[in-house]
Design a protein. Sequence first.
Length: 148
Amino acid sequence: MLNIGDKVPDLLGVDENGNEIRVSDYAGRRLVIYFYPKDSTPGCTAEACSFRDGMCELADAGYAVVGVSGDSIASHGRFKEKQQLNFPLVADVDKATIMAFGAWGEKKMAGRVYMGIIRSTFVISNGVVERVITKVDTKNAAKQILLG
């Protein structure tokens, strides 16, 4: 997983509209990049809605938000529309960005071990990791950023 002080890749991927999303697009602001396992699941929906509902406070504090998962552009489009999300979702179907950030690894659930996206949040400033959150509170994800 990327650590504080590490430089991040500029190209994150394409969003739900097929537009390229780059870290450099957010120059002058802190960028929150959060990795989540799957659109429209309970925890992922709670996390996305936390960022949606906290967007005014985040923007006032100089933050922008981008969500990333391995879901398709179409899935992201449906998820964004249904939840009225006010930030882009990167469709990283080849998992290039997920792997580059180290957000892919072994997970355990109900006694089962498998590989998947590790829920994690990175705060980026000037293309460099400023903060990493691995114990994400999905219902209070925006507050975790704001309360530092």
